[in-house]
Design a protein around this ligand. Structure first.
Ligand SMILES: [Zn+2]
Length: 297
């Protein structure tokens, strides 16, 4: 395991799932300790490089995106909310000198707890934006429980935020690891292979299938290492190591444009900046930590 929290993980664990009645939510929003993050179109209002904070009651009367006030949970005695403002000017004018910054740009600089909360807020807002209508009957659904569920007023179906499971794996063969490049990535950027877990699969089975589909390599001994919530929009990245039975590659070029075997010395050089064989994944990604973990073992 990494000795620091993986980016987007490590947030306060009290989601207050049993304290989300309308009365409790109103009391939390009026709590003198309550604070809120402000968003607009997936960007976060920041001030001096930190998330800008505001009292939830100051947002009364503002034009908010669905689901309105989003109650993230409790950090000790502090109720945490997030709001997404419909108008960019309204967001920027809330605090003098504040600016809107995409989450990716904040991933390198925010403290782990703030980054985790921002990732949770972004994932939940993205889910609400894409799930306004009941998947059972098509009726417009309503927000419930402070933004962690939606309920259909027509057929009474409850809808819960969707988390998509993804396996991301470092394939090794002796002293070498396999890194690939997706078509949309910049030239020279290489990382672990990855793919969505399909229905009826374990992560280990998905790992074996995805590696074979993407690069034509049979792998064995898939071993789960650690995971990362990934808020683009709502994946759970499950990191694995696995061992290749051979090194010959047959690429599915729609998924992987290029793939190469790299020995530990080369990869270590890339990570410490003394080798330019490829661009390594940024440090807020689980791919970075999987490769680092392999270098350390
Ligand atoms: Zn319905």
């Amino acid at each position: 395991m990494p000795n620091t929290p993986i980016a987007f993980a490590g947030g306060p664990l009290d989601l207050a799932e049993n304290q989300r009645t309308p009365e409790a939510l109103t009391a939390f929003s009026k709590d003198r300790n309550a604070i809120a993050f402000i968003m607009h179109h997936g960007q976060f209002l920041t001030q001096n490089g930190e998330l800008a904070l505001i009292k939830p009651m100051e947002m009364i009367g503002k034009h908010l995106y669905d689901p309105g006030p989003l109650f993230l949970g409790l950090d000790g005695d502090t109720p945490l909310f997030a709001f997404s403002l419909a108008q960019e000017d309204q967001a920027k004018n809330l605090i003098k000198g504040a600016e809107l910054v995409p989450l990716r740009a904040l991933a390198l600089t925010l403290p782990p707890k703030d980054l985790s909360l921002a990732g949770r807020a972004k994932s939940l807002f993205d889910w609400h934006r894409a799930h306004k209508f009941c998947a059972m009957c098509g009726h417009q659904s309503n927000v419930a429980s402070g933004g962690v569920t939606r309920k259909c007023p027509s057929c009474a179906t409850d809808h819960f935020p969707r988390v998509n499971p993804v396996v991301i794996m470092l394939v090794t063969h002796g002293d070498k690891c396999l890194l690939g490049r997706s078509p949309e990535w910049p030239e020279g950027a290489f990382s672990c292979l990855a793919g969505f877990v399909s229905s009826g699969e374990t992560p280990e089975e998905a790992c074996i299938r995805e590696v074979y589909e993407e690069v034509g390599v049979a792998v064995t001994n898939p071993k789960y290492q650690f995971s990362q919530p990934w808020p683009y929009p709502g994946q759970l990245m499950m990191g694995l190591f696995c061992e290749a039975k051979s090194t010959e590659l047959t690429l599915d070029t729609k998924e992987i444009t290029e793939a190469h075997w790299y020995d530990k010395e080369t990869v270590r050089g890339v990570f410490d900046g003394t080798n330019e064989a490829f661009y390594c994944p940024p440090p807020f990604t689980i791919a970075h930590w999987l490769i680092q973990h392999w270098l350390d073992t």
